[in-house]
Design a binder for this molecule. Sequence first.
Ligand code: ZN
Ligand code: ZN
Length: 283
Amino acid sequence: MVATRIDLHTHSSCSDGTDTPEQLMVLAARTGLDVIALTDHDTFAGIAAASKMVPECGVTLVPGVEISTSHQGITAHLLAYLPDLKSQVLPDLFEKTVQARQQRMREMVQRLSADFEISYQEVLAQAGSSPIGRPHVADVLVKAGYFPNRSAVFEQVLATSSKYYVHYQAPDTIEAVEQVIAAGAVPVLAHPRAGGRQRRFLSVDAIAQLKEAGLFALEAFHPEQNQLEQAEVRKIAKLLGLAVTGSSDYHGSGKPNQLGECLTAPEVFAEICSRGAGELLRP
Ligand SMILES: [Zn+2]
Ligand SMILES: [Zn+2]
C-alpha cells in the first residue's frame, strides 16, 4: 500500500504539546494518517513511547526532532528526520541547549529576585519534567500574587526589553544543518515564512547557504502560513532547487492546528526515507 496521508511535524508533551506520545499515536490512527513524524523541540524523549504504539495503531512513525536555531539574530526552526540512532551528535547538541537554557533561567531569576521573592528552585519545581523556560517563571510570579496572569508577567518583566531579560543564544542555523547531516538525518526548514509567528525571516541568500550545507526541503504547507506565504515558500524552493513538505505542527490543545491539516507528498517522503540513515518504525 502506498502511504498517502503523511504529517511530518507534531509535538507531544515531551516538549510543548499537550498529548502524550501514546495519545498522539492513537489520534494519528483515528485521524486516518498513514505516516506521522514526532518532532518535539530539541529532544528525542517521546520517540520510544510513540514507537511502542506503532503495531497497535498501524501508523508508520518517523523519528524526528525540531531544533531551535538562530542565524544573524533571526529565529529559525529546523526539522530533522531519521537520524542514525547510534550518532551522539544531536543528543550532545540538545544537552548543550538544556545547559544554556538552565544557565539563562538562573540568571533571569537572580535578576528578578532583587525585586520579587522567588527562587530558582521554585521555577525548577514549576517546570517539572518539561524544559525550563520563561512561562515557568511567569507561573511562579502569578502564584506568588505579583501578577494576575502569564501575559501580564510577559508584558511587564519578561519582555526582551526588560531589565530582567537575559538573552539566549541558540545554535546557528547553518551549523545546525551541518550537525543534522553529520547525524545522518534529513534537514527541513520549518515554517520559513509564518508571518504570525515572527516579523523577520531568513533571507533567500541565507536559505541558499543552508542548501549548500545540505538542507533538503522547506516546509511550505503549514497552518500558520497563509496562501501568499505558502506561495512565497514554494517560489524560494523552486528557485533554490529544494523540495517542499507540508505538516500540521500539531500541539494538542495548546494550538488550533489540527493533526493532518497539512500533508507531505508521498514522493517527497520517499526521498526523505532514502536520504535518512535511520529506520522508519513500520506497523
Ligand atoms: Zn516551529
Ligand atoms: Zn513545531
